[in-house]
Design a protein around this ligand. Sequence first.
Ligand code: GLP
Length: 246
Amino acid sequence: MRIIAARDYNHMSRQAANIISAQVLLKPNCVLGLATGSSPIGTYKQLIEWYNKGDIDFRQVKSVNLDEYVGLDYTSNQSYIYFMRSNFFDHINIDPANTNVPCGANPNAEEECERYDALIHSLGGIDLQLLGLGPNGHIGFNEPDDHFTKGTHKVALSDATIHANKRFFEREEDVPRFAYTMGICDIMQAERVVMVVSGESKAGIVREAFLGPVTPQVPASILQLHKNFTLVADAAALSQMSHTYD
Ligand code: GLP
């Protein structure tokens, strides 16, 4: 794994955007795996800025998002499809038909998860997967567990995740209890994985995930075994593992 030590959130966002931009320049019809959360917002903003300057073209790009809350669809401003449109897709020239997010409105979990894995497969897999890091070490919505779940599946969100994500909802009761998420295997099969992490509140989990043992109790730890994984993190997030890079 490679660590890019950024000064702060903006610097982290530019570094990650540089990697994504290079991917799109080198392979204009690439498949980008995309993430939600506050961590990648700055990366999307930077990419939009470069798009507006004419430096990057998303016309042929295809995207697959990591996850979606079960029960929410594009009409809900808390859904991840809404997040992706408002923070990224609506501001660039990606073809909406080429963007994919699990369908939270489909109550048939088996059907939806099979559909999504088949879709990833039909696109030829993911060239670059962007990730954030949950406070409990989750990636996508792969929560701490006693085993790694392979493909797209329905997951019951942990209390820690419901608590962490309540900031986006009016009340904690409004946070959906279930989500559809790509599995660990989907993520590990991506050609390249880039994770953005910022802030002191993530320093402990960054240390656990990348200096600790590989364990499904800290799902992100599996990335230590990925052939092409880059952690782009700011100084605060790296503050508990500073001796391991430079
Ligand atoms: C959510 C998403 C994750 C994301 C995490 C961290 O739970 N499902 O994909 O990485 O939030 O969010 P943030 O970047 O806001 O800390």
